[in-house]
Design a protein around this ligand. Structure first.
Ligand code: FDA
Length: 368
């Protein structure tokens, strides 16, 4: 018999939730991760007493009461509400697009005035069938919002002019005719008190974890140790790229410690001009109402992805989705390998969705 029931490749949220649930059911698990720490992309590094979101800002939000109660059973959450502000040249705007934004743009004060303003800009453009992202956005929100708050940011994110991006990337652009700067519409939102590591540590309590271990460096050896493999890494790599490589967008994070207790007064400030090379500046302490004497900020630069860089956002165009489908067909035939998580499913997932999908997988596997 094998040493473990499950070898879990990847100590991110998917692997951690699966490990917790399997352990609850009396199963023996080993988690391996190629990084020097557990937690996957929600991992935070402590700098000057501040939890620094090393792989990008993470704000937990969900409408699902069950998932909210599930995460709160491991760690308490604070009342952080995401209310980003956007800088465009020397102007500052509230996000998401709401009455505060419309007042800042046009000095309009009533929903009726704001709606009329947006509609008149849309009517003037007279776009019948949007041929690209620019036309799509213009036909939804008009010229001012598009030029100041969408165009530059989107072009930096994708590394291409908005006129060369497909219209389908933007399906809707939520506009809100109330004075409400809460970015998310979900019922529940917050940050774990003490940081995300508290959540992933609580999930994996009592589970053996080996760090700095790449599954592919010694694949047969690892596979031989467990009855079943739970794989949360890149699915194309699992199958030796036989149908080709799946593409991603990547990000470069530039972290800085500053000798001030408050740099920008908000956790998230977007920079919307094309000319500013980064898209956002994150000031981490504000996620937890920090009162440390110093502060840590992170500038987020979108970049092209190559095999050495972190894969952040899947590019779900037809080419990549077709390639993924081929891998998925192979995965569906496996009886001793379970695939899950953002890399194995080649899909952008928020944290609550990853937890939901891990719990669903657990239900299928253990039939309870
Ligand atoms: P994750 O990537 O966390 O874990 C996979 C693990 O597998 C990694 O630790 C990796 O090292 C390991 N691994 C891979 N290959 C391996 C191998 N060969 N051998 C060993 N180990 C291997 N969500 C949200 O709800 N609110 C938010 O604000 C944000 N913000 C955000 C910002 C940015 C920039 C991104 C890219 C994503 C978000 N998210 C988010 C989404 C969130 O990060 C995501 O839902 C989870 O981290 C996904 O967890 P997984 O376990 O699927 O992957």
């Amino acid at each position: 018999t094998k040493t473990y029931d499950y070898l879990i490749v990847g100590a991110g949220l998917f692997g951690s939730v699966f490990a917790h649930e399997a352990k609850q059911r009396g199963k023996k698990c080993l988690i391996i991760d190629k990084r020097s720490h557990a937690g996957g992309n929600v991992y935070c590094e402590n700098v000057e007493g501040i939890n620094v979101h090393k792989y990008g800002a993470h704000i937990f939000h969900t409408n699902d009461k069950h998932i909210w109660e599930y995460v709160n059973s491991f760690v308490e959450f604070n009342r952080y509400t995401n209310s980003p502000v956007a800088v465009y040249k020397d102007e500052l705007y509230n996000l998401p697009f709401n009455m505060n934004t419309f007042y800042q743009l046009w000095k309009v004060r009533t929903p009726e005035e704001a709606k009329a303003k947006i509609q008149s800009q849309i009517d003037q453009l007279n776009i019948k069938e949007p041929a690209n992202l620019e036309e799509q956005a213009l036909s939804l929100v008009g010229t001012d919002i598009y030029e100041k708050l969408i165009k530059g940011y989107t072009e930096k994110q994708w590394g291409r002019p908005a006129t060369e991006l497909p219209a389908f990337i933007i399906k809707r652009l939520p506009v809100r005719f109330t004075y409400d700067n809460n970015y998310f519409n979900d019922k529940y939102q917050g940050i774990p008190i003490g940081g995300y590591n508290k959540l992933t540590e609580a999930l994996t309590e009592g589970v053996e974890i080996k760090l700095n271990v790449d599954f592919f460096k010694n694949r047969e050896e690892w596979e031989s140790q467990a009855d079943t493999v739970v794989f949360t890494g890149n699915i194309d790599q699992y199958y030796n790229y036989q149908f080709g490589q799946l593409q991603y967008r990547s990000l470069n994070f530039e972290h800085q410690t500053l000798e001030t207790d408050n740099y920008q007064g908000n956790a998230v400030v977007n920079y919307n001009e094309r000319e500013v090379p980064y898209t956002r500046v994150i000031e981490h302490k504000h996620f937890e109402f920090g009162t440390q004497p110093k502060t840590v900020i992170t500038k987020e630069y979108p970049q092209e992805w190559t095999a050495e860089k972190e894969p952040y956002y899947p590019i779900n165009d037809t080419r990549n989705n077709d390639i993924y489908k081929n891998y998925k067909d192979l995965a569906d035939q496996e009886s001793k390998v379970i695939f899950g998580g953002r890399l194995a499913e080649y899909k952008y997932y928020d944290m609550h969705q990853i937890i939901g999908s891990a719990l669903k997988k657990v239900k299928d596997v253990f039939q309870d």
